[in-house]
Design a protein around this ligand. Structure first.
Ligand code: BV8
Ligand code: ZN
Length: 248
């Protein structure tokens, strides 16, 4: 299932960059966005993951994120998340570098033990004040309409995620681009590669000579440009990759 030359390339890599998407959390029981039974299948991104949607109906958006938080709190990281922790350990023990870039906001990578995680689309755990940008966790001060507001400035709180039309966090994005530029191997795992600019990272790595490994049961917008496409779930393929590298 894992191409031998992909393993050879990984064994000689000095730096590995990984981009994950919702597919990595699917085997934990967290719905993806664009699979037939995915989140967007039931909701439209503009209504829920955009400032316009939030301003139009803040309670609906806050309820949606509260639902997703409850889903994530009730699940565990899966074998794919754990294999990425082992891969990070494997290459850092050989004085190589490993950067995990994720579009996911569920923090399952961190709960699995990944350390250097770049969250390009933010996270579900925190709220951010839409006025002073202060980060809030858990505490709730409600306004007359029953909506959570900032305890510092009274501004409306929103999930600390990146919505459509919003810029990605500058420092996180810059670090992600650097990792893609410096990578010998770039792994695109569990993402449909349709959301930009994150989808551009693999192309940045490729333009600098990196080999691209895609782990996804289906083909994606990126598949025509990858070096190897491994048509398997991440919870199956990643442990096999790590076992082969550790056995070498
Ligand atoms: C921005 C919020 C500057 C948090 C999300 C260039 C070209 C075209 C469009 C644009 C462009 N530049 C900007 C845009 C617009 C837009 C965009 O990309 N639109 C697309 C949809 C056309 N991008 C933006 O707005 C970005 N901002 O560019 O800022 C700017 C500023 C002002 C004005 C203009 C530009 C912001 C993008 C971030 C949006 N926020 N989420 C949340 O609620 O979660 S996006 C959302 O999609 C999630 O973050 C998600 O992570 C992300 C990507 O989805 P995937 O993770 O790939 O999930 P998906 O379901 O699609 O795919 C899952 C895959 O897993 C599938 O392929 C499936 O086969 C596979 N799979 C399933 N099971 C498994 C598996 N794989 C492995 N194992 C399994 N078991
Ligand atoms: Zn504030």
């Amino acid at each position: 299932m894992i191409p031998a030359d992909a393993l050879t390339r990984l064994k000689s890599a000095r730096s590995i960059a990984v981009l994950t998407g919702a597919g990595v959390s699917a085997e934990s029981g967290v719905a993806t966005f664009r699979d037939p039974d995915g989140i967007w299948a039931r909701f439209s991104p503009t209504e829920l993951a955009s400032m316009d949607g939030f301003m139009a109906n803040p309670q609906r958006v806050l309820d949606w994120y509260a639902h997703r938080r409850a889903v994530v709190d009730a699940v565990e990281p899966n074998a794919g998340h754990t294999a990425l922790v082992a891969l990070e350990r494997w290459i850092t023990q050989r004085d190589g570098t490993f950067t995990l870039i994720t579009q996911n906001v569920d923090r399952l990578h961190q709960r699995a033990g990944s350390r250097n995680v770049l969250e390009v689309h933010g996270n579900l755990v925190e709220d951010r004040c839409s006025v002073c940008e202060e980060i809030h966790k858990g505490e709730q001060q409600l306004d007359a309409a029953g909506l959570p507001v900032c305890t510092t400035c009274g501004g409306r709180l929103r999930p600390n995620v990146v919505w459509f039309g919003e810029d990605l966090p500058r420092d996180v994005w810059d670090a992600s681009e650097r990792a893609a530029r410096d990578a010998d191997v770039f792994m695109s795992i569990g993402t449909s590669s349709v959301v930009w600019p994150a989808a551009g990272l693999a192309h940045t790595a490729r333009s600098r000579g990196a080999a691209i490994i895609e782990v996804n049961p289906t083909s994606t917008d990126l598949t025509p440009d990858v070096t190897w496409h491994i048509p398997a779930p991440s919870g199956t393929a990643l442990p096999l990759i790590v076992a082969a590298l550790e056995a070498a």
